[in-house]
Design a protein around this ligand. Structure first.
Ligand code: HEM
Length: 356
């Protein structure tokens, strides 16, 4: 094997064609940087999708051993995605060395192409769990006319959106966690009065959570009941319910909270790090959206984008709306201090120590 052949450098390095260098145009030096940086992004997007393939394959299994190599590799590969995204965040600074006037030299030659049409970026979003109807300006995405997608890319994105997302697969995995089976809780000493919450652990936890709230926070118990038990004794308005409604089921959220609370037990380490990596991926994507927005404001001000959206205005909307795992990061609202956690029963501790 020869280095250049193995890497197909003939193709890779013969793929940068600044349009401004074509006959009849005035060469714009910075167009080369503009092309290289977009291509570098697309190669990393491809790697992210490759890592997601693996994670989805594992989560698609009907049973995953919590102490297995599979789950450890999912953790490892999700963490790899967070590192790639950290690098992609850094790359924005390289593009910052191009000034707005430099960009103007070739900007018109790009129209109507735009990063908006990056199919791989849309596939990453869709596969992580961003739904079309939850997007800022969903109508922008339904376009196959000027500034929109080609029919082929549009169809690929639509087909992908119909597949189970990583969020749904993680939800199902969380729902299958067996920790609340009755067998583990025989002999558990509950120390609070009973309420509408059936399981003794959650009844105790709810009580402890409530007693730890400050006066101003008392209403959080209604959110707790709605989020984890779909209970609405406080008559929350439709709008409040809408805000609290999660893409995860209450059962999955209870499992996720339990993992976060008892993450010091060995068997929860990997599961906890998987949840943490998903939160981190969301944060990194959001950081990127922010950096990209600031760069775009500086580069084109309030002009419309080459992809035919309102430009910075659209990007600002996407930044505030396109969180995917905010329901996981939002679980911090419902944590209590370690020292106040209910003491788990022996049977469960034995399982948590050695795995299932
Ligand atoms: C001079 C540099 C850049 C400018 C002025 C710019 C401008 C814009 C604008 C205005 C949009 C909104 C859609 C539109 O109407 O066009 C957009 C979207 C987008 N751009 Fe850029 N961009 C730049 C660099 C990049 C780079 C380096 C990437 C890397 C792949 C990128 C990826 C994206 C993506 C993925 C979107 C869609 C974002 C979303 O829908 O949340 N852009 N860009």
């Amino acid at each position: 094997m020869y280095y250049a052949d193995y890497l197909h450098l003939d193709k890779v390095l013969d793929s940068q064609y600044p349009v401004s260098f074509e006959a009849g145009n005035t060469p714009a030096h910075d167009e080369m940087l503009f092309i290289s940086i977009h291509q570098a992004y697309e190669i990393w997007f491809k790697q992210i999708l490759f890592e997601l393939d693996y994670c989805e394959r594992i989560f698609n299994q009907s049973h995953i051993n919590d102490n297995s190599e599979d789950l450890n590799l999912v953790r490892h590969r999700l963490q790899r995605i967070t590192r790639i995204l950290a690098l992609l965040n850094q790359q924005v600074h390289i593009l910052d060395t191009m000034t707005p006037l430099d960009f103007l030299e070739f900007r018109n030659l790009l129209t109507p192409s735009s990063g908006f049409q990056s199919m791989q970026f849309r596939l990453i979003e869709a596969r992580l769990g961003l739904q079309l109807q939850k997007r800022h300006h969903a109508d922008y995405y339904k376009r196959t006319n000027e500034g929109g997608f080609t029919q082929h890319d549009y169809q690929t994105i639509t087909n992908t959106e119909e597949q189970p997302t990583l969020l749904q697969l993680v939800n199902n995995w969380l729902e299958r966690m067996p920790f609340f089976d009755e067998t583990f809780w025989q002999g558990y000493a509950s120390d609070t009065p009973t309420s509408f919450v059936q399981h003794p652990f959650w009844n105790d936890y709810r009580h402890r959570y409530f007693s730890g709230l400050t006066e101003r926070e008392q209403g959080k118990i209604d959110d707790f009941d709605f989020v984890f038990f779909e209970a609405n004794q406080a008559n929350l308005s439709e709008e409040q319910q809408q805000i609290l409604r999660s893409q995860f089921t209450p059962k999955a959220l209870r499992a996720a909270l339990f993992i976060m609370l008892y993450r010091d037990f060995p068997v929860f380490q990997t599961s906890y790090q998987i949840l943490d990596a998903l939160i981190e991926i969301d944060h990194m994507l959001s950081n990127w959206r922010h950096k990209h927005l600031i760069m775009v404001r500086r580069m084109i001000g309030m002009r419309v984008g080459t992809g035919n959206t309102s430009g910075a205005g659209y990007l600002e909307g996407a930044l505030s709306k396109h969180y995917i795992y905010k329901d996981l990061s939002g679980l911090s609202t419902y944590l209590i201090e370690r020292r106040r956690l209910p003491q788990l029963p022996e049977a469960l501790i034995r399982s948590l120590g050695f795995g299932f």
